[in-house]
Design a protein. Sequence first.
Length: 509
Amino acid sequence: MAGPLRAALALGLLAAAQPAPAQPAPAPGQRRQAELFLEKYGYFGEPGAGTHSPAEFTEALRDFQRVTHLPLSGVLDAPTLHQMAQPRCGTDDGESRAVGTRRPSAARRRRRTAQHGGRWYKRHLTYRVVNWPPYLLQHEVRLAVRAAFELWSNVSSLVFWEVQDGPADIRLTFFHGDHNDGLNNAFDGPGGALAHAFFPRRGEAHFDSAERWSLHSGKGRNLFIVVAHEVGHTLGLEHSPVKSALMSPYYKKLSKDFVLSWDDILAVQNLYGKPSKGSAIQLPGKVFTHFQDWNTDLYGRDQQQRSLSTYYCHSYFDAITSDADHNLYIFKGSHYWVVSASGNASDPQPLERHWPGLPAGIDACAWSQLSGKFYFFKGGRCWRYAGSTLEAGFPRKCSARGLPRHPDTALFFQQLRRLVLFKGPKYFVVSEETLAVEPYYPRSLRDWQGLPPGTAGALTHRDGFVYFFRDDQFWKFDRAKLQVVATGKWATQLPWMGCWDANSEQVLF
Ligand SMILES: *[C@@H]1O[C@H](CO)[C@@H](O)[C@H](O)[C@H]1NC(C)=O
Ligand SMILES: *[C@@H]1O[C@H](CO)[C@@H](O)[C@H](O)[C@H]1NC(C)=O
């Protein structure tokens, strides 16, 4: 719906435009500069078209004047030259110039979705600030970036998650001058193009590190508004011809108005839908000029109400495993949660519903990649389910065959094609057929270099690593090197654990 509405709004604004006063002809150098400018910002269609006829030039100028709400003189007059010299976004004006008197052709519209705009096919996206502008406080920049993403997530179904290292869907980077995006995209020092970004699913926004960035209302370029705008591009939004839009190519100013205009909101909802819970929330732009006064108390107050759906994120769980579709199963008390491969956590479900007869508070669980069955351990007993069916002969007294009572963790270990039970300083390798401990086991946990005793659960992730969990920590185990290669806090550092709410409550500084 955003397309026609955008067009209508642009036309409304056009009608209000006044005819231009007569202007002296521009110097030849100015004309060439204007031509290069219009080329860079996509006013001649495909780049590299060479020189342009006077008619093409006039047409391009009128398109630019339409997008920037100048009188449609088609002449390189003083207001147009002035407008071209203003700081702006370095991303081209693509389709926004096509809105107005001409209806975008079918081919153009196709290009908009296929190549130009594009979208993400998931709702949970990670972002990372790769480096920092030199003279701003890092925690203020981090708050501003978070608020910039929140603008978009508050009005759509998107959810964002900051990661502090490693890969991320969207990366924000500060660069000097030429930075391998092509000469057209080289940064130009203070003024001119302040930043640019790529459409999905490249996930890159670049900022000119030579700008005097600021997070306050006074001097300098407001980094918050520029980040918020560039994030819009990384989500698939193009420049908007609506003057009050955040996605206008000339960055808007913070005022008592909302940062996002209707046009921005409709455009993002057109791609990703409305927010799933509650309605769209917006704050007046002025609020975002005081990041120095923000603190997490103020910010996190209404997040106190922790959602039940991710209750496991804020406490410890009993056991965890994953299945063939990379769904995670997290067990706690008499409930379990399923976290899909997209990182979406289900509401808590009663254990009984999926595994009739299973008691609450299990010690360990493993899903077997060999048989596709779920194994549960509690006390000295074990249960085996094919789907929701408890197999004949279960529950059974597994401790009678040498398995440890109250195992800490169970894991199907692909390397051995066996179940492994961990208990204190030892581990036991168990055959699925006999459910008996294999010869020469138990052995010392030292074989699992770097792994602490007493883990709560483990799973093999689709990245090929085995992850062990204990309290709020995880250990990432390399199956080839047979050693722990990383450790950290699972709720905030492993997006696939589904703890998006936990992350937003994270203390930021
Ligand atoms: C997003 O909505 C929350 C309330 O759910 C609010 O506290 C927060 O300030 C909003 N963020 C922005 C950037 O508008
Ligand atoms: C998340 O899962 C719920 C059901 O558990 C579903 O309604 C919702 O559409 C899912 N959201 C995404 C983004 O996959």
